[in-house]
Design a protein around this ligand. Structure first.
Ligand SMILES: NC(=O)c1ccc[n+]([C@@H]2O[C@H](COP(=O)([O-])OP(=O)(O)OC[C@H]3O[C@@H](n4cnc5c(N)ncnc54)[C@H](O)[C@@H]3O)[C@@H](O)[C@H]2O)c1
Ligand SMILES: O=C/C=C/C=C(\O)C(=O)O
Length: 486
């Protein structure tokens, strides 16, 4: 049986209290092993180690040396690919075919891409005139912000955690990570990699536990944490913002979504079906960028709906190691309860269940797991809760529309603003519509196609700030203007 300890100052440590909680595999609810739950003492030790490391060997490295170390980390993740894959699939139950294409490669890439992008970014410089005619030079100078708290979710555990740890370390900060209580494994394993690559002790720390009155709260309220970067639910983001307000600490928030797909009659329908299938059902619908509202122009509505139903019927539910399986369980039984609640609510709100809508019979070996059927609804009114609230499951509602103006209004009629997917072969329309969408990420004839040099983040209640490429620089560094009188 595995055991998940904290990683503090380069060493794996147990909780002084001896308190642990269970990590279970959602495939069959089997026990993976106990996870140590951090109390204030462990969180404090981790933050102190991180603070001390800022002034230790880490703080003395040049940008080039840091880049080299972080490249090593990326290479070592790839060398230990199978262990990361196994750990991620056990924690989440997701098919290996998905984790081996998305989660683990991006876990490695996040260390390479950001260290290189940031290393090559210029700082600003302005020459100014002065009354004595000699002038002055203004030079922007960036320094690390300090100890960064990284609070990450369970849906893409390694990918989303490294998406923050990569740039934070590239900028010279140190980190304390609190991975989701559902998925402690890959973050814990990364500690070994950091040691193997010679990243100094205290630069990367991990504490396990829950949110309120546990590791999450202790970390976000710790006075020596300089800034907090968070990915998770909008309501959790609000709690973290309140914690960050004490001591005026900076935050970066990547939160929930209720993302629309806009399918125009002039699209390539097979491309649109393939893309919408992925955006609604990959990772069992547990992707913040996923499409839960699909709007289809009326002339192709029936055809699109029937093609989607055909494709959903072909999804193969199965264990991560099953090579044919492309659809795993939800992350936990608790999350299944939430998703099932919305499945029942959809019926109460008058939806037509086109396909799915329940819990599948997976057979004796798997029936204790967190399985749920992929589901399509039609017929809900625009103000139904199922249309307005993030479900974070393998489901979408498909609704016809008649005009471009109408669909833009429908798509934007939400509290969230993370992403959208627009399907049309008319490029002028694509640009026109994309420019009017109230989102941080607009995909045209694609979905979740990621260039790590670009900005990532959400509008409205989907987040605050942008990370990715050079955009994280504002958050992960302190900029000082040095004014030199000539
Ligand atoms: N915008 C994005 O980039 C993005 C990416 C992935 C997931 N998400 C969102 O994440 C959610 C799913 O993930 P989740 O269920 O793990 O989210 P969550 O908000 O429940 O938990 C996220 C993390 O916050 C911690 N936490 C909870 N309460 C806390 C508190 N009071 N103080 C400090 N930490 C606390 C949790 O333990 C966990 O580590 C969805 O809403 C999804 O849309 C957003
Ligand atoms: O579930 C949300 C997915 C987020 C993806 C990223 O943060 C990324 O691709 O960098």
């Amino acid at each position: 049986m595995k055991e998940f300890k904290h990683f503090i100052n380069g060493e794996y440590v147990a909780s002084a209290s001896g308190k642990t909680f269970e990590n279970r595999c959602p495939v069959d609810n089997s026990l993976i092993g106990p996870v140590h739950e951090a109390g204030e003492a462990e969180v404090d030790a981790a933050v102190r180690a991180a603070k001390a490391a800022l002034k230790g060997p880490w703080g003395k490295l040049t940008q080039a040396q840091r880049t080299e170390l972080l490249n090593k980390v990326a290479d070592r993740i790839n060398e230990r690919f199978d262990e990361f894959l196994e750990a991620e699939c056990l924690d989440t139950g997701k098919p290996r075919s998905i984790a081996s294409h998305i989660d683990i490669p991006r876990g490695a890439a996040n260390f390479k891409a950001f260290s290189e992008t940031l290393a090559n970014h210029p700082t600003e410089g302005f020459r100014m005139d002065t009354p004595d005619g000699k002038g002055a030079l203004n030079v922007g100078h960036r320094t690390p912000k300090g100890v960064i708290a990284v609070i990450s979710p369970w849906n893409l555990p390694l990918l989303l955690m490294t998406f923050k740890v990569g740039p934070a370390l590239a900028c010279g900060n140190t980190v304390v990570v609190k991975p989701s209580e559902e998925t402690p494994a890959t973050t814990t394993l990364l500690g070994e990699v950091m040691n193997e690559c010679g990243v100094p002790a205290g630069v990367f720390n991990v504490v396990h536990g829950f949110g309120p009155n546990s590791a999450g709260e202790f970390l976000t309220t710790h006075k020596d944490v300089a800034a907090i970067t968070f990915t998770g639910e909008t309501r959790t983001g609000e709690a973290i913002m309140r914690a960050a307000s004490v001591g005026l600490r900076n935050i970066s928030m990547e939160c929930g979504g209720k993302n629309p797909g806009l399918v125009f009659a002039d699209c390539d329908i097979e491309k649109a079906v393939e893309g919408t299938m992925r955006s609604a059902f990959v990772n069992c619908g547990q992707v913040c960028l996923g499409t839960e509202r699909v709007y289809v122009e009326r002339p192709i509505f029936e055809k699109f709906l029937s093609r989607m139903k055909e494709e959903v019927a072909k999804l193969k539910l199965g264990r991560p190691e099953d090579k044919d399986a492309n659809f795993g369980p939800l992350v936990s039984l608790e999350h299944r309860e939430k998703v099932k609640y919305y499945y029942d609510l959809a019926r109460e709100e008058g939806a037509t269940v086109e396909i799915g809508g329940g819990i599948p019979d997976m057979g004796a070996e798997l029936n204790d797991g967190a399985w749920i059927e992929p589901t399509i609804w039609t017929g809900l009114s625009d103000d139904a809760r199922v249309i307005r609230e993030e479900i974070f499951g393998p489901c979408c509602h498909i609704r016809p529309f008649d005009t471009e103006e109408e669909v833009i209004e429908l798509a934007n009629d939400t509290d969230y603003g993370l992403a959208c997917a627009i399907w049309t072969e008319n490029s002028a329309r694509a640009v026109r519509v994309a420019e009017q969408m109230e989102v941080g990420l607009a995909w045209v004839n694609s979905w979740f196609l990621r260039d790590l040099r670009t900005s990532f983040g959400g509008a409205k209640q989907s987040g605050i700030g942008r990370e990715g490429g050079v955009h994280g620089l504002e958050f992960y560094t302190e900029t000082k203007n040095i004014c030199i009188k000539l």
